[in-house]
Design a protein around this ligand. Structure first.
Ligand SMILES: [Zn+2]
Ligand SMILES: [Zn+2]
Length: 280
């Protein structure tokens, strides 16, 4: 067994996956390789709810690779979570709050520009704006966190806590591992169906790799200040809810086949892109 270069404890490794240290977290978080940025549009973009167009139509956007690696019941949880954001009136998406925050930000920059030492009035104005801006950001942050828990709860009511918890786990393990798979060289040289390949790659992920991805998520989420509360906290909150079964059951049978032919066309375009990127 290989020893950790940082703390000398045994590494966890399951070839071909790179080893990592469960004692000091060495090599748990990995920097993305540069070859992947080319395929940014393929990324397993987390689903998001947004309004767009002049008529502010509501749209739920879900990346196909993410959809692909979820079980039918996890898909129910994902849809319910995103729809909950729309019915919650999530603060970040609100037009009024958004523009108020924007104008305050602009004012802050303007007042700073004119700020002279000893200029009492300008200083007072600037400080007032800064205080209001800070407060609004804090309130928005809090309401975003609340909205997240609320959306999780509604997802659990619809899909059940079991499926919602495994959805959150999928977002930090299965969905993340797709990034590793989507390397230009791999995509360009494979001849089998891209989507089937992604699915079987994700299904064969060893437990040690899933464990590493969970740890990486925890370390990353602590480092980056995000509007979503850390996943492990969301999961433990969900576990305490009384909706184990949920009200909506995913339809059985071949769900998702309606996407098969556009997905095949996208896969073909991706492969051509990857090949021209490689052999240029
Ligand atoms: Zn170590
Ligand atoms: Zn959310």
């Amino acid at each position: 067994m290989t020893a950790c270069p940082q703390c000398d404890q045994p590494l966890k490794s399951e070839p071909p996956y790179a080893g990592w240290c469960p004692s000091c977290d060495w090599n748990v978080v990995r920097a993305p390789s540069t070859g992947k940025t080319r395929f940014a549009r393929l990324q397993t973009k987390l689903a998001s709810f947004m309004t767009y167009g002049r008529r502010r139509r509501r749209v739920v956007e879900i990346g196909y690779p993410l959809w692909l690696v979820l079980t039918p019941q996890e898909r129910v949880a994902l849809l319910a979570h995103e729809m909950a954001h729309s019915s919650n009136g999530d603060g970040r998406h609100g037009l009024v709050v958004g523009s108020a925050l924007h104008s305050l930000g602009v004012l802050r920059d303007v007042t700073r520009f004119d700020w002279q030492e000893g200029d009492g009035v300008s200083r007072l104005v600037a400080e007032t704006f800064l205080a209001v801006l800070g407060l609004m950001e804090l309130l928005l942050y809090r309401s975003a966190q609340r909205a997240e828990y609320r959306a999780d709860e509604l997802a659990a009511r619809a899909a059940g806590t079991t499926a919602t918890i495994s959805l959150l786990d999928a977002l930090i393990t299965r969905a993340e591992s797709v990034h590793d798979f989507l390397d230009a060289s791999v995509v360009a040289t494979r001849t089998d169906d891209l989507w089937t390949a992604i699915r079987s790659y994700v299904e064969s992920l060893p437990e040690s790799e899933r464990e590493r991805l969970r740890r990486a998520a925890r370390l990353e989420e602590l480092r980056v200040d995000r509007t979503h509360p850390p996943t492990y906290l969301r999961m433990s909150r969900l576990a305490a809810l009384p909706y184990e079964e949920g009200r909506v059951r995913a339809p059985g049978g071949a769900s998702g086949t309606e996407l098969a032919s556009p997905a095949a066309r996208v896969a073909e375009a991706i492969r051509e892109d990857a090949q021209s990127a490689l052999y240029r």
